[in-house]
Design a protein around this ligand. Structure first.
Ligand SMILES: *Cc1c(COP(=O)(O)O)cnc(C)c1O
Length: 474
C-alpha cells in the first residue's frame, strides 16, 4: 500500500463508529430486546473486526453506520437461529439418516408436545395410584399389532441388539452366519457389538451360503444364543443360501437356546402389498417363533428414534432386569411419539404416517406436482424440466429396490449445478437436492406439499439477485 493508500485507510478507520453508538441505534435495540444483548454485542464486534480488515487491505472505500447496522442485524439473526433446523428433503431418499430419518406423524408430534410440556403418568399407575412402569404405554399396542408377549423400548436398535446379547449371551458364544456379519452406517458392526456385549462370536458358513447344518455343528456347551441379522443395506445375489427362519426356530428350541433376530428397519405390517419386496415384518418373525426380535423406531416404522425388543416373555423379562436396561431406556418424549405412531397402525391410517404416504404416492402424481412447480419456476435464467428418475427408501431397507418417480431438473444459466445446489442449501429453510450430469435434481416424493412454496420463493430470490454484484462480506 502506498502512503496515500494508508492515509486513506487511517481516515476510514477513524470513521468507524464506537460499539456503544452502534448498539444504541433503533434497529439494534429492537434486536437486543428479541435475542438478548450477548448475541448483538458479539455480532457487532465481529462485523467491526471484518471491517477493519477490509479497510487495511484496501478493499473498502467508505464507511457508513447504515451499512454496518445492516451487517450486524444479518450476523445477529444468523447467530440466533437454531443449529438444528428443519430442512426440505428433495433428495428422494425417504429414510435419510443424515436428514433425521422418518419425519413423524402430526398426531405423534402433538402427543409429544403435550407430554413434554405437562406432567404425565409416565411411571404412575392411575388405576391403583402407585408407581407404574413406562413400558406399560406401548406394551399393549405391540401385543395387539404383532401378537407379542412382551415388548421393551430402548434408545435405538443398536442398543437393543447390544442389550439382548449382553443379557442372553455374555460369557458364552453367539452363533452368526458369515453372510450376516454386516456393518451399517456409523460403525455399527455386528462383530464389534458382540465383542462389547461380552458374547464371543461364533461364525458359521460362508459369505454367500450358510446351511442349518452349519449352525447345528457349531452348537456346544458354550453356546448361549443364535443370532439372525437382516443384511440391511446390502445384498448377496446369485449362488446363495440361508436357512429359513423356521429351521432356526426348531434348532434353537431343540437346544433350549434363544433365537434373536435383528430385523434392522423392521415393519409393523407386511409391506409386500405396497410393492416393497424382501422386507421382513416383526409379526411374521414372532409368528414363526423367534424368541427376541429387535428393530428401529425411526426407519420403516416411521416414528421416533428407538429400539424395540419384542417377543417371548421369559427372555424379555431377563433383558428387563439387566441393569443396562436402565441406562438405555427411553424418555417420555419417545414413549409418547411411539405410542401415537403405533396407534395409527392399529387404526389402519397409513397415510397419516408421512413415510408411508411418500412410499405410496404414484410417480404420475409426483410428476403432476413437479409440472405445476416447473411452470412457476421456469423463467430465465433458471430452467426447469421434468425427467424420469428413481426414489429410494433408504435406512438400510430394501437395497437394490427403487420407486419410479418424476424429477424436477434445474439449470441456472451461467452457473454450475454445484452453485445452484449450494444456493438452495443456504436457503432458509435449506433445500437439499441431488446433482447429476450438471443438473440439480429435485424429487418431490420427499417434499411435503406445504414446502413447495418455499422452493418457488427460493428460486425467485436467486433470480432476483442474479446479475446484482454481491460482495461477500463475511
Ligand atoms: C439400522 C440397523 C441397525 C441400527 O439401528 P439404529 O436404530 O440406527 O440403532 C441395526 N441393525 C440393522 C440390521 C439395521 O439395519
Amino acid at each position: 500500500m502506498n502512503s496515500l493508500g494508508s492515509e486513506n485507510a487511517n481516515s476510514l478507520l477513524r470513521q468507524i463508529p464506537a460499539v456503544d453508538e452502534l448498539l444504541g441505534r433503533e434497529s439494534l435495540r429492537a434486536l437486543e430486546a428479541r435475542v438478548g444483548r450477548r448475541l448483538v454485542v458479539d455480532a457487532t464486534r465481529k462485523v467491526l473486526q471484518g471491517l477493519r480488515a477490509r479497510i487495511s487491505s484496501g478493499t473498502l472505500s467508505n464507511v457508513s453506520a447504515e451499512m454496518l447496522e445492516k451487517e450486524i442485524v444479518a450476523a445477529t439473526e444468523s447467530a440466533a437461529e437454531f443449529s438444528l433446523r428443519s430442512v426440505i428433503n428433495a433428495t428422494g431418499v425417504i429414510l435419510h439418516t443424515n436428514l433425521g430419518r422418518a419425519p413423524m406423524a402430526r398426531e405423534a408430534a402433538e402427543h409429544l408436545a403435550e407430554t413434554a410440556t405437562r406432567y404425565s403418568n409416565l411411571e404412575y399407575d392411575l388405576a391403583v395410584g402407585e408407581r407404574g412402569k413406562r413400558d406399560a404405554h406401548t406394551q399393549g399396542l405391540f401385543a395387539r399389532l404383532l401378537g407379542a408377549e412382551m415388548t421393551l423400548v430402548v434408545n435405538n436398535n443398536a442398543a437393543g441388539v447390544f442389550l439382548a446379547l449382553n443379557t442372553l449371551a455374555s460369557g458364552g458364544e453367539v452363533i452368526v452366519s458369515r453372510g450376516e456379519l454386516i456393518e451399517i452406517g456409523e460403525s455399527f458392526r455386528i462383530p464389534d457389538i458382540c465383542a462389547k456385549s461380552g458374547a464371543a462370536l461364533r461364525e458359521v458358513g460362508t459369505t454367500n451360503r450358510t446351511r442349518i447344518g452349519d449352525y447345528a455343528a457349531a452348537i456346544n456347551d458354550q453356546t448361549r444364543a443364535l443370532l439372525r441379522v437382516h443384511p440391511s443395506n446390502f445384498r448377496v445375489v446369485g449362488f446363495t443360501e440361508r436357512p429359513t427362519r423356521a429351521e432356526l426356530v426348531t434348532l434353537a428350541a431343540q437346544h433350549h437356546l434363544p433365537l434373536i433376530e435383528d430385523l434392522g428397519s423392521g415393519c409393523l405390517i407386511d409391506v409386500a402389498p405396497l410393492g416393497i419386496r424382501d422386507e421382513p415384518w416383526a409379526g411374521e418373525s414372532l409368528k414363526a417363533g423367534v424368541d427376541v426380535v429387535t428393530f428401529s423406531g425411526d426407519k420403516l416404522l416411521g416414528g421416533p428414534q428407538a429400539g424395540i425388543l419384542t417377543g417371548k416373555k421369559s427372555w424379555l423379562e431377563r433383558i428387563r432386569k439387566n441393569p443396562l436396561f436402565r441406562a438405555l431406556r427411553v424418555d417420555k418424549l419417545t414413549v409418547s411419539a411411539l405410542e401415537a405412531t403405533v396407534g395409527l397402525y392399529l387404526r389402519g391410517d397409513l397415510d397419516a404416517i408421512p413415510i408411508f404416504k411418500m412410499i405410496r404416492t404414484p410417480a404420475e402424481e409426483i410428476g403432476a406436482r413437479a409440472a405445476r412447480l416447473a411452470e412457476k419456476i421456469n423463467e430465465a435464467p433458471i430452467t426447469a424440466e421434468i425427467r424420469d428418475g428413481e426414489s429410494v427408501i433408504g435406512g438400510g431397507a430394501t437395497p437394490g429396490q427403487s420407486l419410479p418417480t418424476r424429477l424436477l431438473a434445474l439449470r441456472w444459466e451461467g452457473h454450475s449445478a454445484r452453485d445452484l445446489e449450494a444456493r438452495l442449501r443456504q436457503n432458509s429453510p435449506p433445500i437439499i437436492a441431488r446433482v447429476e450430469n450438471d443438473e440439480v435434481l429435485l424429487d418431490l416424493r420427499t417434499v411435503l406439499e406445504e414446502q413447495e412454496g418455499e422452493i418457488v420463493q427460493s428460486l425467485a430470490r436467486i433470480r432476483r439477485e442474479h446479475g446484482i454484484v454481491n460482495i461477500d462480506i463475511k
